[in-house]
Ligand binder design. Sequence first.
Ligand code: KG4
Ligand code: ZN
Length: 352
Amino acid sequence: MATVLAIETSCDETGVAIVKNRKVCSNVVASQIAIHQEFGGVVPEIASRHHLEAVNLLIDQALGQAGLTWTDIDGIAATCAPGLVGALLIGITAAKTLALLHHKPFLGVHHLEGHIYATYLTQPDLEPPFLCLLVSGGHTSLIRVLDCGIYETLGQTRDDAAGEAFDKVARLLNLGYPGGPIIDKLATQGNPQAFPLPEGKISRPDGSYHPYDSSFSGLKTAVLRLVQKFERSQELPVNDIAASFQQTVVNSLTKRAIACALDYGLNTIAVGGGVAANSGLRHYLQEAASQHNIQVLFPPLKYCTDNAAMIACAACDHLNRGHTSSLTLGATSRLKIEEVMQLYPGINLEDN
Ligand code: KG4
Ligand code: ZN
C-alpha cells in the first residue's frame, strides 16, 4: 500500500500530487496556459523557468492539503519521458533531490503510462487487459494494456496528434491556444455535417488501409483550403467549420478504437489524454461502443489533461511491485511505451 508524491513537468502544467495506491490524497496544478497563449503555443525555455518557480511551492501545498509529512511518503516520482527535456529535468531533479534528502526510493514515470493510469483513479478495481485510447497534444495511440509496465501499441498517428490537429486548426481559425477546448465549445453551436472533410487513412503496401493508424495532417490542410476559400469571398462560418472538423476527428478515433477493441476481444476502452475532455468524443464513442457491448471509461476532466495524480498512481503500482529507478536516470524526449520497464533496472519481468 504505497503512498507516493509525484511531480509532473513534461509540458506546460506543473503538477504535484500524493496518491495512496489509487486514492488521491492531494493534487495541485499550476497551469502555464495563460503564459504561452501570447506565443500561440508552448515555448520550452519559458515552460522550464515557470516549472522551476512553481515546483517547491506546489510540493508544500500537496503535503499540506493531504495533511501528510515526509515520513508518510514511501516513494518520490517524476515524469521522466517523453516530453520537453528542459521541462522534464526540473521535475526529475526536484524528485531525485527529495528522494536523497528523505532517504526514499525514486521512480521515473513514463508520461503516457500516467495517462493510462488516470482511469484507475476513479476505477480502482479495473483489471487489465483493456484498450487505452490515448489522445493528447503529442500522441494518438491505441494501446493494449496487459499489466503494470506491460503495453503494446496497436495503432498510432502517422503525422499530427489529435490534440495537435485541434491546436493547429484553432490557429487557422484565429481562435487562440490551446485549440481543443475552444473548438469543442464552438462546435456545439455549429453543424457537423456542414462541410464534408477527409478522414485520413493510412495505406498499406497492398493498397488496403491500416485499420488502427490515423492521420490528421490532410484534414488540417483541407480546413486550410476551406478557410482560404471563404477569405476570398464571405465571412468565415467558424462554428460550422469547428463542428465539421471535430466530427471528422471524433469519427476517425471512434471507428479505430472500436475496430481494435473488437479485433482483440477487449471489452473495455479507457480513454486518456487532453482530447479525452472533448464532449463530442465522450458522447459519440460512448454511444458507438454501447452498440457492441464495450464499456468506455473517461476520467474526470481534471485527470484527462496533464496532472501529477496520474503519475503518482502509476508510480504506486510500480513501487508496490518493487520497481524503483536509479538516481542516475535522465530525462528523455522520446521513449516508447513498450520500453517502460527500462526505467526500473534490475527487475526480472518473468517474476511479475
Ligand atoms: O494530455 P494533454 O494535457 O497534454 C499532452 O500530453 O499533450 O493534452 C493537451 C491537448 C491539447 O492539444 C489540447 O488542445 C487538447 O489536449 N484538448 C482538447 C480538449 N481539451 C484539451 N481537445 C479537444 N477537446 C477538448 N475539450
Ligand atoms: Zn499529457
